[in-house]
Write a protein that binds this ligand. Structure first.
Ligand SMILES: [Zn+2]
Length: 184
């Protein structure tokens, strides 16, 4: 993507497949309120670390299937034998630390659900705050949530600005969806 200034520009140039087009047009930068979907987005960003978004997005179906359709409760209950099963699955990103982070984060989300009613309500209760404070807050709660991962996750669900460039044909649609960063 180096020759393009943004994901949007690369999409417009037809650089990516239909999967990217669908993600870009319907998910990227739009609010998400459903907990398992939010967990899925976070998990996808964690899986991307050190790899290209292309690699991860193209494996998205097998990642989703391997992680119980991103069901927080099921992933929170994964056992050491589930970790071994995932490590043998060529359809996913086979990295023990990422798998362990998915399980730990699902358990942390369960705690937030108990305290705040939902993962979504917890995220919303933290808003608005500065980017560096979001990063600190995610580092404290979760594993494998460094600066880039946290930023990408929050941009993807509309809490931080920057998902679509103003030149993108989708930009107006994103604005109309009232992303949270507009309120910050
Ligand atoms: Zn765009």
């Amino acid at each position: 993507m180096a020759q393009y200034n943004s994901y949007c520009a690369a999409i417009s140039a037809g650089k990516f497949n239909a999967k990217h087009q669908d993600y870009h047009d319907h998910y990227y930068g739009f609010a998400e309120t459903e907990d398992n979907a939010l967990f899925g987005s976070l998990l996808m960003e964690i899986n991307q670390a050190g790899l290209s978004w292309d690699t991860v997005l193209n494996k998205s179906e097998s990642i989703k299937a391997a992680y119980a359709n991103f069901d927080i409760d099921q992933v929170a209950n994964f056992t050491p034998s589930d970790i071994e099963r995932l490590l043998k699955n060529p359809g996913i990103i086979r990295m023990r630390k990422k798998i362990e982070a998915a399980i730990y984060n699902a358990q942390q989300i369960q705690l937030l659900q108990r305290e705040y009613g939902s993962f979504y309500h917890w995220i919303d209760s933290q808003h608005p705050q500065k980017e560096e404070d979001w990063i600190k807050c995610f580092k404290k709660k979760f594993k494998f949530t460094g600066k880039e991962i946290t930023k990408e996750f929050l941009m993807g669900i509309g809490y931080l600005k920057g998902a679509h460039v103003p030149e993108c044909p989708l930009y107006d649609k994103v604005l109309k969806s009232q992303p949270k960063w507009l309120e910050a």
